[in-house]
Write a protein that binds this ligand. Structure first.
Ligand SMILES: [Fe+2]
Length: 170
């Protein structure tokens, strides 16, 4: 995964509440390029309370709350309690953009040249409003830092399957 650049298109600098973000995504009517997901996430600015219906946590594991799914994209709000984390995974054939909406995320990238032994290559902490993007074979892991974490994920096409890798030995 890599951090997103700032949006280069001034027309995209209008803040996008969730309803407009989804409308823009609907307008594509086909697979959405990673760059476009990134630009839309940069401009995303939810109205107060707009995400609340999707903010659902689970004591047992991070929880995926579907916001919208079409033939071409999927928007998911993922809620993580402190210490909860994803497996090491990639997204097969889906482009993915992630924006932190609350809390802090620890994002770690992995080299999976040997799929049985993933090797961490980089790690960073993302705060509210920060974005990261990845494409199909980028292996990574997301974890909540020390407070509840909420992240909005856009996948195109919808995430039908992930490749997961064994966790690092501890
Ligand atoms: Fe991911």
């Amino acid at each position: 995964m890599r951090p997103a650049a700032r949006c280069p298109d001034p027309r995209e600098n209008d803040p996008l509440p969730l309803t407009q973000l989804l409308r823009r995504l609907d307008d594509f009517g086909g697979p959405i390029p990673l760059r476009a997901l990134e630009r839309l996430l940069v401009c995303f600015m939810p109205e107060p309370g707009e995400l609340q219906p999707y903010e659902r946590f689970d004591d047992r594991r991070y929880r995926r709350n579907s916001v919208r799914e079409t033939a071409w994209y999927e928007a998911v709000l993922i809620c993580w309690l402190p210490g909860q984390r994803s497996p090491i995974h990639d997204h097969r054939a889906s482009a993915c953009g992630v924006r932190v909406t609350a809390g802090h995320a620890e994002v770690t990238d992995f080299d999976v040249t040997d799929p049985a032994r993933p090797r961490a290559t980089a790690s960073r902490r993302l705060g509210p409003g920060e974005i990261t993007v990845s494409f199909d074979r980028d292996a990574h892991r997301v974890a909540a830092a020390d407070s509840p974490l909420v992240t909005l994920h856009l996948y195109s096409p919808p995430l039908r399957a992930m490749t997961t890798y064994p966790d690092e030995p501890v």
